[in-house]
Design a protein around this ligand. Structure first.
Ligand code: BDP
Length: 738
């Protein structure tokens, strides 16, 4: 009887463990190594991966071993031994089903001509390998199938391991591989807008993951999982602190904490960067000035930077927001952005560090169209920056709006490496409540043709350094990560973190390819799930543009917190923080005239882009109200009037959310209940808020158009007054609310 009871007990325990193990809370992101359920496939992988030889040494090699062992155990449900050895192995016997990961040194490939027909191709490809890249080649020797994976560095072997695991996670062929991967940009960074008190500027997934008050005594295990996730998508740097910088992070008290984080990230090939408050020499050093040409100031920074490197020997460098939105900068001392950047860059250069100097500037005194100011400020400085400075430019000329034309600085500074700044956190795209897949937006920008050197001078070619032969290149994303259990709040917001890494690695990937691999790894390989849900992702951004800011409208959100609609905002600390400044709706029409008759911002683009944007007839309708102020009866391509088209777009946006809901509901049962229900609830909120955006904006603009909302559409449920009274002041991420 006792025996029977103990069997029952063990069985109950087993059931409980299984349930707990399968509960999905999103913490594992796309690194879920769940066992493959398709038996045939499982057998196939089991025979293809018999044993793993890992050749090399260093901390990343240990990580690769751990990751591969865990991965195989999870995916295949069996232990695959990973045998680590260093040095070359010309005499190795390569059995069937052996996977060889090897860091190749200056002596080249550690196997001689013992590689069957694959050898010439391997030699040729390995010559093209860059530092962080990797090469995969399936070969057959005497009937034995072997997969060789080579890299030149620990980072490369790390990336190759995640790539290999991804192939199995996404059910790809691994027996006939010929892959050469090199990253397209050098600096692939997250920018955390995190403060020392753990609030996150524009953060919607809880407090900052950096537990400053407990560091360095307690180092959260979460940092390692963060590093893993980033390394798995090729992110190799992270700026830990907010661009609205706090000088205290540069004090020894904080440097000790930063060193502890850097120690966790280092083996994952991730460098740590900080934001530098320009006035730090005054605030911390007690100097009377922070003038970048002042000797004492220069010395202060040099000493400070030397000190940082004592704590973090591979410190990456600084990200700087200067003379923007009240931040101090070189212009306080009548010096240029270049003079400011160069002072820091010179001191960092001794240690191999870089400066990322932000071009997001607009002045308090300037009475110029805000969209033009960064270009006016930075273009004349082309050629004036040191080699280890990159100018970091937001994708569009205003501020991460749901849709903006590309920033005119791209292509306009041939002598300066320009780094891309995308925003992963959805400040203007429904926070962590709306499902909006941002890769579509980023690709739209990357593929825009600047015509800087004629046709084909896309933004991507500026960013990856190929257009003007730059030595360094980079892409950054403003992080959407917080202390929420699932990291990003919305389960689908994880896809935006993932996509940033993937596009920084390879901007030629399509948004569909990225969505596909992310869905497979994060949810399921079931095609009945993938096909409709991928569709949701791919049209989600257009849906959000439609229900928020169609036809080129921009910056019409609530003031301060930026949540929900606020086209009526006409009072703010400055004119260009109001909505009316941007939409300019009146009885005649709507939109910001940025042609010759207006601010002439179009003149900042190269021909023929200038002409295309400058003429309402050729301007893509998605940018019409960005560049023009057509009248309400202006005829659109559809034959509708502008007012009708505006109504059409807003209603279309809402119906697209309904479509998202329908498709999602059909996925019930195909994935875990937890995340299914979570997304379903958020989609219901998204629908409500899409309706709120539509109703509020149309009722507001109708005051000017004086035209009815066409009969075929449902009537707005609330009045304009109702929407105006909604108060979102406590929406998260707004650190300046009363
Ligand atoms: C805006 C944000 C503000 C940031 C600023 C920036 O509203 O919180 O500090 O951008 O990028 O989008 O510096």
């Amino acid at each position: 009887m006792r025996f029977l009871l103990s069997i029952i007990f063990v069985q109950i325990l087993y059931i409980i463990t299984c349930c707990v193990a399968t509960a999905e809370d999103g913490y594992d992101l796309w690194l879920r190594y769940n066992k493959i359920t398709d038996q045939q496939l499982l057998e196939h992988y089991k025979s293809a991966v018999h044993r793993i030889e890992l050749k090399g040494s260093g901390p990343a090699v240990q990580i690769v071993k751990e990751e591969l062992e865990n991965g195989m155990k999870g995916l295949l449900g069996q232990i695959v031994p990973v045998n680590v050895s260093s040095g070359s192995s010309k005499n190795d016997t390569l059995q069937n089903g052996t996977i060889v990961f090897a860091i190749i040194d200056e002596n080249g490939i550690p196997f001689s001509d013992n590689l069957g027909g694959g050898f010439p191709e391997i030699r040729e490809k390995s010559a093209k390998l860059k530092d962080e890249g990797f090469l995969m080649k399936s070969i057959e020797i005497q009937g034995n199938n072997i997969l060789l994976i080579f890299a030149k560095s620990e980072a490369g072997i790390l990336y190759s391991a995640f790539h290999f695991l991804k192939l199995i996670q996404t059910h790809q062929n691994i027996t006939d591989l010929s892959v050469l991967e090199n990253p397209k940009t050098d600096y692939r960074l997250l920018n955390h807008w995190d403060n020392p008190d753990r609030t996150v500027e524009r953060g919607y997934a809880g407090f900052s993951i950096w537990e400053w008050h407990k560091l360095p005594g307690y180092v959260s295990p979460r940092y390692k999982d963060y590093a893993r996730a980033n390394a798995s998508v090729g992110i190799n740097g992270t700026v830990l602190t907010n661009v609205n910088a706090n000088a205290r992070v540069l004090t020894p008290q904080y440097l000790g904490k930063i060193a502890a984080i850097a120690d966790v990230l280092r083996p994952y090939a991730i460098k740590v960067y900080l934001t530098a408050r320009f006035s730090a020499p005054v605030e911390l050093g007690g100097l009377k000035t922070a003038d970048p040409l002042n000797k004492e100031v220069r010395n202060w920074w040099k000493t400070k930077i030397d000190e940082i490197y004592k704590y973090v020997p591979d410190f990456g460098g600084f990200l700087v927001k200067a003379n923007s939105e009240g931040q101090p900068g070189p212009q306080n001392y009548e010096r240029s952005h270049a003079e400011g950047a160069n002072m820091l860059a010179e001191a960092l250069d001794n240690h191999g560090g870089i400066v990322m100097w932000r071009a997001f500037v607009y002045s308090f005194d300037e009475n110029e169209d805000r969209a033009k100011q960064a270009y006016n400020e930075f273009k004349p400085l082309d050629g004036k920056f040191r080699d280890n400075v990159m100018v970091q430019v937001k994708n569009g000329p205003i501020d991460f709006q749901p849709r903006e034309p590309f920033h005119p600085l791209f292509g306009a500074m041939p002598k300066t490496p320009l780094m891309m700044e995308f925003q992963i956190t959805q400040e203007y795209l429904g926070f962590a409540t709306h499902l909006v897949y941002l890769a579509s937006m980023w690709k739209e920008c990357l593929e825009s043709d600047t015509y800087a050197k004629g046709e084909g001078s896309t933004v991507a070619t500026v960013i990856d350094g190929s257009l003007y032969n730059k030595n360094i290149s980079g892409m950054a994303g403003v992080s959407n990560i917080g202390a929420d259990r699932n990291w990003t709040g919305h389960p689908f917001a994880q896809s935006n973190w993932y996509a940033l890494g993937r596009l920084a690695w390879d901007h030629t990937l399509t948004e569909a390819e990225i969505a596909d691999e992310w869905l497979r790894m994060t949810f399921s390989n079931n095609k009945d799930f993938i096909a409709p849900v991928k569709e949701i992702m791919l049209f989600s951004r257009e849906a959000s543009v439609n229900y928020m800011t169609p036809l080129g409208l921009h910056h019409i959100m609530g003031e301060g917190h930026h949540y929900g609609p606020g086209p009526w905002v006409d009072q703010a600390a400055r004119e260009d923080w109001t909505s009316v400044y941007y939409h300019r709706a009146d009885e005649n029409g709507i939109g910001f005239d940025r042609t010759k008759t207006g601010s002439n911002a179009v003149s900042q683009y190269y021909k023929p882009v200038e002409e295309k944007f400058g003429d309402p007839g050729s301007c893509p309708e998605k940018f019409l109200l960005w560049f023009h102020h057509p009248d309400w009866d202006y005829t659109m391509n559809s034959g509708r009037t502008l007012w009708e088209e505006l109504c059409h777009k807003y209603y279309k946006g809402v119906s697209m959310v309904r479509d998202m809901q329908e498709k999602w509901n059909a996925a019930e049962g195909l994935i875990d209940r937890e995340r299914f229900v979570h997304v379903k609830s958020l989609l219901a909120i998204q629908l409500e808020e899409a309706e709120m955006w539509r109703n509020a904006c149309l009722l507001y603009f109708q005051q000017f158009s004086g035209r009815p909302i066409p009969k075929q559409y449902e009537k707005p449920s609330g009045s304009l007054e109702f929407y105006k009274k909604l108060d979102f002041r406590y929406a998260p991420g707004n650190l300046h609310c009363e």
